[in-house]
Structures are given as structure tokens and as C-alpha cells.
Design a protein around this ligand. Sequence first.
Ligand code: GLU
Length: 431
Amino acid sequence: MSANTFEDAIRRLDTAAAHIDIDPEALEKLKHPAAVIQVSIPVRMDDGSLRVFTGYRVRHDDTRGPGKGGIRYHPNVDIDETKALAFWMTCKCACVGLPFGGAKGGVTVNPKELSPMELERLSRGFIEEIADFIGPEIDIPAPDVYTNAMIMGWMMDEYSKIHRRRIPDAITGKPIPLGGSHGREDATGRGAYYCIKQLEQIHAWKPQQIRVAIQGFGNAGQSVAALLHADGYRIVAVSDSQGGIYSPEGFDVPSLIYAKNTQKRLQAVYCEGTVCEAVEAQRITNAELLELDVDILIPAALEGQITAENASRVRASVIVEVANGPVTSEADTILRDRKVLIVPDILANAGGVTVSYFEWVQNRTGYYWTREEVYNKLRDVMTREFVSVHRRATETGIDLRTAAYAQALQRIGDAVAAQGTQRYFRRQNRG
Ligand code: GLU
């Protein structure tokens, strides 16, 4: 992780601000996180020893509503990364019109090294430390990289215990029996899929001819792969943190997902009817996957993957950012000059937080929706906001990222202006 992910992230603000009428004060405010907390989490390990982990929660901005954003468990989590991720959440929620600001949290840990019980103690311990900093009307955590529904369930339970009453709307992404929403699990991938369906219409794509490579085969990567595969797209490469597999004919995605989730490894499987057998696919590295000759590249892992160093070797004509921040701002410029179409993270992966919003609404009203209702509402939000960003980009001749940021900034700027700005107060003073 570079030492200036946050600096790189906020660089995009000025580019976008040039295209809209936003008060400079509103812009200035967004360059500084509203509040940052660092905590130490002592955890009793299974062997009886004590380990102290470091965790963070950043509330970047709450002008448009309570902070919202996931909690990440990863060895590379640090304060700079968490600030950048919280900033992206502010822009994402505004970009798709959710009544939330942005926040993010993380613990520096390799969760694969912990037993399930250690993981539970760590998750409960983290909530104990940040309990005064979060809440249903303050800042609402959710899953992110290497955290899942079960962890969210523990966190909601811990928060509820502290307050001695059940507070399901304090955390989203919970298991369905504990107040989770239908459709939250695959919402991030599904949101990206709805964006791709819009592009399919605009460019009159024939799915069978479109080759897709996906970096990262976790929750979001798997969902978008499964949905595209079901529509006939050719998923020719996928990877996880260990490396990737490539097959120019395309993979049978459901069996790939089955192998990954049961054997914890990427294994190509060939199926004829219901009979499947393992096949040898070409092994590739994560770096090679990014440079494959494909039509759509979907980075769905971590930030900072496409940089000034490798951007000129990317051969895909479309990049759909399912991860947060996979393309650095320097790489952005190179790809823009090469006319690569990028559907930016703050739009492409907003499906997850959109269904988190639906979950929060359902928890607060106590009235629960069917899976179909959730999918329909998600499709409505994603399609409406994609069309609006795309129209802004086409009408003003800017790229989709700048248009997505301009849309977000416009909404944040309007909220700041509604509270009064220098312009307003100067006028008042003059009487
Ligand atoms: N971690 C997800 C994201 O980066 C979801 C956040 C949420 O649901 O609040 O968008």
C-alpha cells in the first residue's frame, strides 16, 4: 500500500469540480475526514496468549446523512487506506443518491490465520472499542474485504448488548435470520452487472462475443461472474490472492464458484450435463490477468492494481471497477488517452451499499421485503444513476469517472449550500 492513497483519491475532486458549480468551501471540507479513531483490541487467543490488534474507523463526511461504509480485515489495513476508503464511500453514496455520508473501518490482521472463535472475539472486541463512535444515526458499518454476514451478526449482537436492547439498524450486511436483507450478499456484483447491461444496450454487444477477465474471486467477483455467465458472456480468466486461471473458450462459472468455496482454490471444471470433471487450465499471475487480450476487465480485489507502470499494457477496452480504487489517478490519465472506457468504482460497486441502505430502512420500519422487491429496487437505482452519469459524460464530453464525481459533488455541494455558505453569510452581513 502506497503511503498516499488518500492524497491520490482526493486528487479526483478538483478534476470533477471544474465541471460543476460547487462552492469552494464545500470542496475544501471534503479534503479532510470529519473524524478518525484508532483503537487497540486485545484478543485472548485459543492457546491462552494475548494479542493486541490495531483497528480504525474513519467518518469522512456526514453532510448528507450518517456515515456509511464497511469494515475490512486485511494485513495491509492502515489509517491512510481507511481514510481513502471512507472518502470513496462519501462519493459513492452521493453518486447513487443514498441519504448517507461516507465512513470506513478496518483491522490490521490476516483473518486466515485466526480460528473462528478468535475471529469472533476480535470482532466483538473491535465493536466494544468503537461503540461510542458508531450507531444507526451516526455511522453504520457493513462488510468489506474478508468480513462477512456472520461477522456482521456478531457485531450487531455486541453493539446491542452494550446498549441493552436490540439495534439491528446499527450494522448492515447481517445474516437474514438476524435482520439482514435478501439480496445483500450478491448486491455489489449485481449492481456492477446492471451497469454492464446498460453498456450492452448502448454498444449493442452480443454477450457470446464478449470476453471477460475478473481479478478477485471473492463475494463481488463471484456474483458478477455468475450473472454475466448466465447471460452468455465468456468469463475467460479469474484470479484470487494466489494467482489466476485462463481459458480462451471461457469457464463454467457455477462449477468454478463451487470449487473455490469448497476446496478454497481456483480449479477449472468442465461439465457435460450434470457430470463435471476437473480440467487443467493455464495458470497465470494476477499481473498477467490485468494485461490479457479481453473486452471487459473487472478488477474486483484491492486498490492500486492498475498503475502508471502497467496501464499502457492493459488491452481491455472496458474496465468495470468492482473493487474500490483499483486504478490510480496517474493510470486514469493514461487509460483516458487510450480511450479505455472505465465504469468507476463509486458507481460500479455501489450496489452493495444500496442494498445496505435497503436493509437499514427495513430494520427501521420493521417491515421486510422479498428478494424480488430488493432486486427490482436495486435495478431501478443502478439504472437511473448509470443513465444519469452516462448522459452527463456524453453531453459534456467528459469521462465516466469525472461525470460520476461531478454528480456526487453536485449533491454534496447542494447539501452544504443548504446550510449556508460564505456567499450566503456575506450577503446577510451586508444587510
Ligand atoms: N464495503 C462495501 C463498499 O465498499 C459496502 C459498504 C456498505 O454496505 O455500507 O461499498
